[in-house]
Design a protein around this ligand. Structure first.
Ligand code: SF4
Length: 478
């Protein structure tokens, strides 16, 4: 059952924000500067979206932001539990912060997100990382002002890890990282229990936001100049099932498509078992919905899919892709693939390669299976050796790199519309942006184009991006 955080509770948190604000003002007077906060995010867009809320709360409290841990008065790491290496990174960071805090004991260190929603991790932090002041789980984000007040009032280590199916909190402040693009969570949690995945255990059961809250938020974003929104959920295809009888994700997409000022609508993540013909039709009919889809297939072998509890077969997945391509021929496709699920054999892996060749994704996100304590797959024995799994992984990348390059080559010579994100991360002399189909395009141009739509002539295709030059038509503002 969906539990919405009450207005009274949100008002209570605002009172704590006011209290912290007074402290921040006193700090500014005594130090000649505002207190500084550093936030770091691990994992998915959902976490990025949560961090925007954390930053919104901190800004409302009177903090300014820094990227330098040595200068920060408060550090909050929003963690991910999906793969082990993300957890190891956080522990490594905490080791570095220990030394900084020894020199500046007043520094506050907070950990939140999926990683700390696991009991064995919280225990480890309590025992070995005593310099962490504040630990709060995914369900307690809305209580950050109260928890932070507790730390500032000299409380001992504060831990708020609620064991519940989670809440929905409306009306929290948000500090967005981009002026033209925004993520909008439409639902939280997951009911699917794929056997390798920790998410349902750390994010709780599926709970949808009310449609009027979502539409209201997006209208506000559009009024502020946002032109691209990405609707977020672990499985957006089951949006609304928990609160409405006759209103589903397709209906929501149609409503968002009507919002004036928006130009691009994206959504992640779709689950193949729930991806319907109705949604295919809606995507085809709604002009602002991007001709692009991320549809994770994870593995090609029916036996492995069964053991993963994915709820579809390889043929059912391929059939949905065929129907989608028939309706939207230029759709760009991406997917997630896991290599080395414990019981996967070399024969199973060949089925995965077969899906790559048959679908010809534009892009894939491939991962070597990561064992997650508490999930059913963690009890399974491995069939393949580490060496075999890495060999298969390299083979998968090699095949996908070829396909990605072939698909990018098609764009050479074409003029395409690009929403400019900013300066390219790999070449400071270039701007970088994305086409409707999410392909990255790099081109020389003035920074004043950031946040705008421009027309770019593609001159060169690479495996993961395209290079180009501004086309004569220049700006593509509708
Ligand atoms: S659908 Fe499966 S993989 Fe995705 S979040 Fe839910 S359990 Fe995890």
């Amino acid at each position: 059952m969906t539990v919405t955080v009450s207005k009274e509770e949100i008002e209570k948190q605002k009172a704590f924000i006011y209290k912290i604000k007074q402290r921040c003002k006193r700090f500014a007077v005594s130090h000649g500067r505002s207190p500084l906060a550093l936030t770091e995010t691990y994992g998915c867009q959902q976490n990025e979206n949560d961090t925007e809320r954390i930053r919104g709360i901190l800004e409302e409290c009177g903090f300014e932001f820094t990227g330098d841990a040595n200068a920060a008065d408060i550090v909050i790491y929003n963690t991910c539990a999906v793969r082990e290496n993300a957890e190891q990174k956080v522990f490594g960071r905490l080791g570095i912060l220990k030394h900084i805090k020894e020199a500046r004991p007043e520094m506050i260190i907070g950990l939140c997100g999926c990683m700390v929603q696991q009991a064995h991790i919280t225990e480890r932090i309590r025992e070995k990382y005593s310099h962490v002041d504040l630990i709060f789980g995914t369900h307690a984000l809305h209580k950050l002002p109260e928890l932070l007040c507790g730390v500032l009032d000299g409380g001992n280590k504060i831990v708020d890890i609620q064991d519940s199916d989670g809440f929905i909190a409306e009306g929290l402040p948000v500090k967005r990282s981009d002026k033209s693009k925004a993520w909008v969570s439409i639902m939280y949690g997951c009911n699917n229990f794929c056997t390798y995945c920790i998410v349902p255990y750390v994010r709780g059961r599926e709970r949808s936001r009310r449609r009027e809250d979502i539409i209201g938020e997006i209208k506000g974003l559009a009024a502020d100049g946002v032109t691209e929104v990405t609707l977020l959920g672990q499985n957006v295809n089951s949006y609304g099932k928990d609160i409405y009888e006759d209103y589903d994700f397709s209906e929501l997409l149609k409503a968002v498509n009507e919002i004036e000022g928006l130009r691009r609508i994206r959504f992640v993540t779709s689950h193949p078992k729930d991806f319907s013909d109705k949604l295919i039709d809606t995507m085809a009919e709604c002009k602002k919905v991007c001709r692009q889809l991320h549809l994770p297939f994870q593995a090609g072998s029916d036996r492995v899919l069964r053991e993963m509890n994915r709820g579809y077969t390889k043929e059912e997945y391929l059939d949905k892709i065929r129907r989608l391509k028939a309706r939207i021929p230029d759709i760009a496709l991406s997917t997630d693939v896991i290599v080395g699920f414990p019981t996967e054999t070399d024969e199973d892996f060949l089925e995965t390669l077969d899906v790559l060749e048959k679908v010809r994704f534009d892009n894939i996100f491939s991962f070597i299976y990561s064992r997650r304590e508490g999930t059913p797959a963690a009890k399974l024995d491995f069939v393949l050796s580490d060496e075999d799994i890495h060999r298969n992984f390299d083979r998968l990348l090699e095949i996908q790199n070829r396909i990605s390059k072939e698909k990018n080559l098609v764009f050479e010579g074409q003029v395409v519309d690009v929403l400019v994100d900013g300066v390219s991360k790999t070449d400071k002399n270039m701007l970088s942006g994305r086409m409707e189909n999410t392909k990255i395009v790099n081109f020389p141009g003035p920074k004043s184009l950031c946040g705008r739509y421009v027309r770019v002539r593609v001159t060169e295709a690479h495996t993961w991006s395209l290079n180009g030059v501004l086309a004569d038509e220049g700006i593509a503002e509708d």
